[in-house]
Design a protein around this ligand. Structure first.
Ligand code: SAM
Length: 322
């Protein structure tokens, strides 16, 4: 069984947002006046497990847990343990801001989580507070990354949203950080959401990011076996390791898209940059069955457009699940 859309793309990856709540307020993710979904709309863990089961039976293979900040949702490890028991999930990963990782890495590993991506946009304390509008320090996140490695998580990826005049002076520091901490750093272009104009002020194109680190990496990206990854990986000149660049704005990767996104309120979004999708919560309220979910996924993939309309969706990442 497999899920294939109208453009012959195989869809086998579901990003599940378990909450739209977060303990940070990153400047690019949580606009002023942002609003959370009402609590009664949030899917329960049982709802999400049913949806995951239906996804896998329809042909899905990979699941990423995200948010909001997934680690702020209570009993996440218990949920992951049940999720990892679903036969057919080949890859189970999480994207986290890392602030709670030090205390949780061991339980996440035991629960069956396979891989971790950590978002970290600056290594400077004052800048971290400014970007995240919090009083957390980057050391807390770094301690979380180190603990995750101690617990046996391999190939941890560190995602850095590059922002002009905010953190773009730190690109080389991050390249060094990747080597010293033995993690894969990935620079991400700032994406527009909800058609707001602020992104233009901060946007740094991938070509410029590459130019700024060109003393440290090969100029040609390596062929990457995971053909659906949105990142292009540039091997380090100094030894093993690589730096990733994710360029959704300057080089869209829609033709390689293999994913759907489940919002924490049960809306199944077919693309990060489109409002299109279907209300899975409504579907499972009417018929709480794996079969109903399977059929919903089969219909949903057919709604996927050939490409996203950058800035066209009216939700931010904290709502969609980044
Ligand atoms: N709280 C978790 C975290 O911080 O990794 C997961 C959710 S967060 C919304 C997921 C990812 O979305 C982060 O790596 C964040 O940097 C990215 N993100 C959010 N808004 C973005 C934007 N406007 N442009 C590029 N990346 C963005």
């Amino acid at each position: 069984m497999s899920l294939t859309d109208k453009y012959n793309r195989r869809i086998d990856y579901l990003r599940i947002s378990v909450t739209d709540r977060c303990n940070l307020r990153c400047m690019y993710c949580a606009p002023s006046g942002f609003q959370h979904f009402p609590r009664f709309q949030l899917l329960s863990y049982n709802d999400i497990l049913l949806i995951a089961q239906g996804f896998v039976e329809a042909g899905g293979k990979k699941i990423r847990i995200t948010g909001g900040e997934p680690l702020v949702r209570k009993d996440l490890e218990y949920f992951i343990q049940r999720l990892s028991a679903i036969h057919g999930i080949e890859d189970l990963s999480i994207t986290t801001n890392g602030t709670l990782l030090k205390e949780r890495a061991s339980a996440l590993k035991k629960a069956g989580l396979k891989r971790i991506n950590v978002s970290l946009d600056t290594l400077d304390s004052a800048r971290f507070k400014k970007i995240t509008r919090s009083c957390v320090s980057p050391e807390t996140v770094i301690a979380g990354i180190r603990e995750a490695k101690i617990q046996g998580f391999k190939t941890i990826k560190v995602n850095v949203v590059v922002m002009k005049d905010i953190n773009d002076g730190e690109l080389m520091d991050f390249v060094k950080f990747g080597t010293t901490e033995d993690v894969t750093v990935r620079f991400i272009e700032y994406m527009p959401f909800d058609n707001r104009e602020q992104w233009k002020r901060y946007y740094v194109p991938a070509g410029e990011i590459l130019t700024r680190i060109n003393n440290s990496v090969r100029q040609e990206p390596a062929d990457f076996p995971g053909g659906h990854s949105p990142a292009r990986y540039y091997p380090l000149l100094s030894g093993p390791g690589q730096v990733g660049i994710i360029s959704p704005v300057s080089h869209g990767f829609c033709s390689r898209c293999n994913r759907l996104r489940l919002n924490s309120n049960g809306f199944l979004q077919t693309c990060l940059h489109s409002d299109q999708g279907m209300d899975l919560r409504q579907i499972i309220r009417e018929n709480f069955s794996v079969q109903a979910v399977k059929e919903a996924f089969q219909k949903a993939v057919m709604l996927k457009g050939i490409r996203g309309n950058m800035g066209g969706a009216h939700k931010y990442m904290y709502q969609v699940g980044g």
